[in-house]
Design a protein around this ligand. Structure first.
Ligand SMILES: C[S@@+](CC[C@H](N)C(=O)[O-])C[C@H]1O[C@@H](n2cnc3c(N)ncnc32)[C@H](O)[C@@H]1O
Length: 186
């Protein structure tokens, strides 16, 4: 069932780089059900998906989005989406950027990580290797069916071999979600 809040957030959001069915799938299955306290998105683009996450996450959550090219983003606007929303401008592969994120999160592990930045295999793999040790919860990958740049697709196939708990949204370019505890796949 799609709630009014989800629908409203989608209709108000700036451009979202994925189909509405995927957005609804994430919100209904992971945000409402598990109420993550620390959400990190890698790859913001225009902030559309981040907007929906901010509007549907618990008010006491902390949300951080990381974007290397902030051309389309207004930091103050993005940070106004939620009382604890943060936009970090920089390369998700940079340790300095990661330190800024961990400082914001304090001692909280990430309980929902959304990887949606550079989709070439080496890049998406590095995002996973660098960020998953901070996760105690879920890691979601966008574009697991995206054949034109199949990096997420290839990594997702490898992850499925190693994990007992994976789940996919079969809509659009697909989203794959895996459970992870400090870098270890469950
Ligand atoms: C597909 S878009 C993200 C869409 C957004 N998650 C959404 O659903 O609306 C990918 C974004 O990742 C950014 N990006 C690419 N490489 C990056 C990196 N190394 N670090 C941070 N952001 C990166 C790109 O600039 C682009 O804006």
């Amino acid at each position: 069932m799609v709630t009014n809040l989800t629908q409203q957030a989608i209709s108000e959001a700036p451009e979202i780089s994925q189909c509405n069915e995927n957005v609804v799938w994430v919100v209904e299955n992971y945000i409402y059900k598990f109420k993550p306290k620390a959400i990190v998105e890698v790859g913001t683009y225009k902030g559309g998906f981040f907007y929906v996450l901010c509007k549907t996450a618990p008010r006491n959550s902390i949300l951080v989005t990381v974007e290397v090219n902030p051309q389309h983003l207004n930091k103050w606007e993005v940070e106004g989406y939620h009382p604890n929303a943060h936009l970090i401008v920089g390369d998700s592969h940079s340790k300095a950027i990661q330190s800024r994120v961990t400082k914001i999160l304090g001692d909280k592990p990430i309980d929902f990580l959304f990887i949606d930045a550079n989709h070439n295999y080496g890049f998406v793999k590095k995002d996973f290797e660098l960020w998953s040790p901070l996760v105690c919860g879920f890691v979601a990958f966008h574009d697991i069916y995206y054949q034109e740049v199949p990096g997420a697709m290839r990594l997702w196939a490898e992850i499925k071999e190693k994990s007992k708990f994976t789940c996919e949204s079969g809509q659009g370019q697909g989203i794959g979600v895996v459970m992870c505890k400090h870098g270890r796949l469950l």
